[in-house]
Design a protein around this ligand. Structure first.
Ligand code: PPE
Length: 305
């Protein structure tokens, strides 16, 4: 299934979807020299739409560029506004938003400091990333044989496209083995994150997620941590092992695409009762209420269109 909408914001212009093209010698195609964001816009009950945590996503987009040494050649506010404009022009009530900055065509070879940096922002309707059934009843995960990046091999806090080859290898490996999502361990063997999500476990009502060290600092992760603390749960950001994951009462993934997806099984071991647990359900329910504008205490996370 391919994604689609009408227009893509491309270096300041609204370009028709079919015409948003690049040269095959684009630097990023050869060397992975690009970075991106994933953002969601939700349709609210009152007929309006709102982008979830837009500022934080655009900030991370610029952080990615700073880490790599080629920031977007625009002001932060301009990219924020362009994101809103491209949703509006496509007349989408709810969508996934994909800003991407990439090193363009010019010189070849690794050192190409004069190549142009292009920015695009695409939007398209995107349903539940790990399926509606997964959101409701949980998914089956497998620990991948591929290790997550060492912090001095890749810049894990940058959403650099090249990083994602590691995720694609892991995802393909477990999908072909019949599972829904890949969990990756860090170079020391502790649980890090999934191919495109952060991971949480719950035991005896205590909520735990991996610390920042080698993971993408997920914005959904941050939202869930805030929410869990506000609800009075005991919350820890601490490393945990694969066996701690097996023996958790509950486990779930967080991500913009995956939202809050319960994990019902890891490596053929049932997690808890094998159904989304009470803490997961409580946090998931509140998360969906927040993004739909139904939780008055969290409307500051929404940018209304
Ligand atoms: N870890 C990784 C490796 C990751 O790619 C994501 C997002 C997260 C954690 C969660 O971050 P956040 O979205 O800020 O909560 N993955 C994006 C890409 C999905 C894709 O297949 O493309 C996403 O969810 O948008």
């Amino acid at each position: 299934m391919s994604v689609n909408s009408e227009k893509i914001w491309f270096d300041g212009e609204m370009v028709r979807w079919e015409e948003a093209k690049v040269h095959v010698l684009t630097h990023a195609l050869h060397y992975g020299t690009a970075y991106f964001e994933g953002i969601r816009c939700y349709s609210l009950e009152d007929g309006r739409s709102a982008v979830f945590r837009l500022e934080e996503h655009i900030r991370r987009f610029f952080d990615s560029g700073l880490i790599l040494g080629f920031p977007p050649p625009y002001e932060l506010a301009a990219i924020q506004q362009a994101t809103i404009d491209v949703i509006k022009i496509n007349k989408l009530k709810a969508c996934y938003i994909r800003p991407l900055a990439f090193m363009g065509f010019g010189d070849m070879g690794l050192y190409a400091p004069d190549n142009p940096i292009h920015v695009i922002i695409a939007v398209w309707p995107w349903g539940a990333y790990l399926g509606d059934e997964g959101i409701k009843n949980g998914i089956r995960a497998k620990v991948s044989s591929y290790t997550r990046h060492h912090v001095n091999v890749m810049m894990t806090k940058s959403k650099v496209s090249g990083n994602y080859v590691n995720s694609v290898l892991a995802k393909n490996e477990v999908k072909k083995a019949g599972y829904d999502e890949a969990i990756m361990l860090d170079t020391e063997g502790y649980v890090a994150e999934a191919s495109g999500e952060n991971i949480f476990v719950v035991r005896n009502g205590r909520v735990k997620t991996t610390p920042f060290t080698s993971i993408l600092p997920g914005i959904t992760r941050d939202s869930l941590l805030t929410l869990a603390r506000d609800k009075g749960y005991h919350v820890q950001e601490e490393r945990f092992t694969r066996d701690e994951l097996y023996t958790a009462d509950e486990a779930f993934f967080t991500g913009t695409a995956a939202e809050v997806t319960p994990i019902r099984e890891v490596d053929n071991r049932r997690i808890g009762s094998g159904k989304p647990g009470p803490v997961t359900k409580d946090l998931q329910e509140t998360f969906f209420a927040i993004v739909k504008g139904k939780e008055k205490n969290y409307t500051h996370w929404l940018t209304y269109l």
